[in-house]
Design a protein around this ligand. Structure first.
Ligand code: FAD
Ligand code: DHB
Length: 389
């Protein structure tokens, strides 16, 4: 087999890149380790920046997103019984969209099927060969047979636990990591959201987030211990704990119901450099992870895809390698800023096990400065709605 580009990983990064390339007549095979249903069963991100939204439009897969997503012009930040709102539109002129990762992944799979682009599911033993040569190829097992695809380029979109990053030799690769001493327990339920906008809450019992997927579907998170297991948290325990972490007047209006999904995600900041090795390009979670506070995870994938897509177009249409040569540098410049915002917001809103009185006062000063200072709100909003690509 031969394809101009091999995309490893059928998550949002790989699918979005595949769709953009397809529209330009560049062929790309997607290799996915799991099944389509498994990928669609993972409940993850929910907030999209304008940059992501524009790429979905450019890829021609925005119809349902434009019809069903909810525009959010601001967010609420609560601490104890106090709360304030950051108005994104007033501060930056931009807003964000609430549209679940599951939904946009479904739209991308549907579009891929409709245009006949090839996706191989249940692939195993993916090995990247000759990435630092002019003739790279990928080998893998599919339906019991060994296969090989020769290609021009490989896009490593296979998430944090994929093979792509590991293919880059340790003499070339440098990794930066911070692991946080807690996780987020998330619950999805078919209940109306407690508030029309998201509420990020710093309480003395730990962080909580009230998010949503639609007017009738809510997504809530509470900071939990890394030793907790989702199955040990009954729905009742979750709702009780969430209520305790919200201002009383909000807690009183919370509508509860049975969970559809409950899971724990650890919090981590991680960046690998460089994001290119020869003809292999890392995109999305394969190259970087942010703690979810601030909703940057999926959105950082979008800027990688933007830079790689434009670099590949420039290569194929103008025979110019400038875009792909500068891919790593451009992608990393934006990622480090999203890392900073996610880290900063995580520090401002969570309870750390070793916090002392001074640390608590600093956190409160951070929150009150943001509440009272228009410029600080502008900085927060500029980061939240997303830095330009
Ligand atoms: P992924 O979505 O991880 O996709 C990678 C794909 O590659 C997967 O389908 C995987 O099966 C496949 N794959 C892996 N290895 C191989 C292989 N060897 N061969 C072939 N295929 C392979 N972000 C937010 O903004 N908000 C959130 O609330 C949020 N919650 C999250 C919760 C969890 C548990 C996790 C893990 C992430 C969360 N994120 C969140 C981050 C966000 O979901 C990711 O940034 C986003 O999924 C990145 O997309 P991706 O396509 O780069 O990687
Ligand atoms: C969601 C997740 C986030 O990390 C966040 O900051 C906002 C929303 C969500 O899953 O809806």
């Amino acid at each position: 087999m031969r394809s101009q580009v091999v995309i490893i990983g059928g998550g949002p990064s790989g699918l979005l890149l595949g769709q953009l390339l397809h529209r330009k007549g560049i062929d790309a095979v997607v290799l996915e380790r799991k099944t389509r249903d498994y990928v669609l069963g993972r409940i993850r991100a929910g907030v999209l920046e304008t940059g992501f939204v524009n790429l979905m439009r450019e890829a021609g897969v925005a119809e349902r997103m434009d019809a069903e997503s909810i525009v959010h012009d601001g967010t609420v930040i609560a601490y104890g019984e106090d709360q304030f709102r950051v108005d994104f539109v007033e501060a930056t002129g931009e807003s964000v969209l609430v549209y679940g990762q599951t939904e946009l992944t479904r739209d991308l799979y549907d579009a891929r099927e409709a245009c006949g682009a090839e996706t191989l599911f249940n692939v195993d033993n993916v090995v990247i060969n000759g990435a630092d040569s002019d003739a790279p190829y990928v080998t893998f097992t599919h339906e019991g047979t060994e296969k090989r695809i020769d290609c021009d380029f490989i896009a490593g979109c296979d998430g944090f636990h994929g093979v792509s990053r590991q293919t880059i030799p340790l003499t070339v690769r440098k990794e930066y990591e911070k692991v946080y001493p807690f996780g987020w327990l998330g619950l999805l339920s078919d209940t109306p959201p407690v508030h029309e906008e998201l509420i990020y809450s710093n309480s003395e019992r730990g962080f909580a987030l009230c998010s949503q997927r639609s007017w009738t579907r809510s997504r809530y998170y509470i900071q939990c211990s890394l030793s907790d297991h989702a199955e040990d948290w009954s729905d009742q325990m979750f709702w009780d704990e969430l209520r305790r972490r919200l201002p009383a007047e909000t807690a009183e209006t919370l509508v509860t119901g049975p969970s559809i999904e409950k899971s724990i995600a650890p919090l981590r900041s991680f960046v690998t450099e460089p994001m290119r090795w020869g003809r292999l390009f890392l995109c999305g979670d394969a190259a970087h992870i942010v703690p979810p506070t601030g909703a940057k995870g999926l959105n950082t994938a979008a800027s990688d895809i933007h830079y790689l897509y434009h670099g590949l177009m420039q290569f194929y249409e103008e025979k110019d390698s400038e875009g792909i040569d500068r891919y790593s540098e451009k992608a990393l410049a934006r990622i480090w800023k999203a890392e900073r915002f996610s880290w900063n917001t995580t520090m401002m809103l969570h309870r750390f096990p070793d916090m002392n009185g001074f640390d608590l006062k600093m956190q409160r000063a951070d929150l009150e400065f943001l509440r009272d200072n228009h410029d600080a709100q502008k900085v927060f909003a500029t980061n939240y709605v997303g830095l330009p690509f």
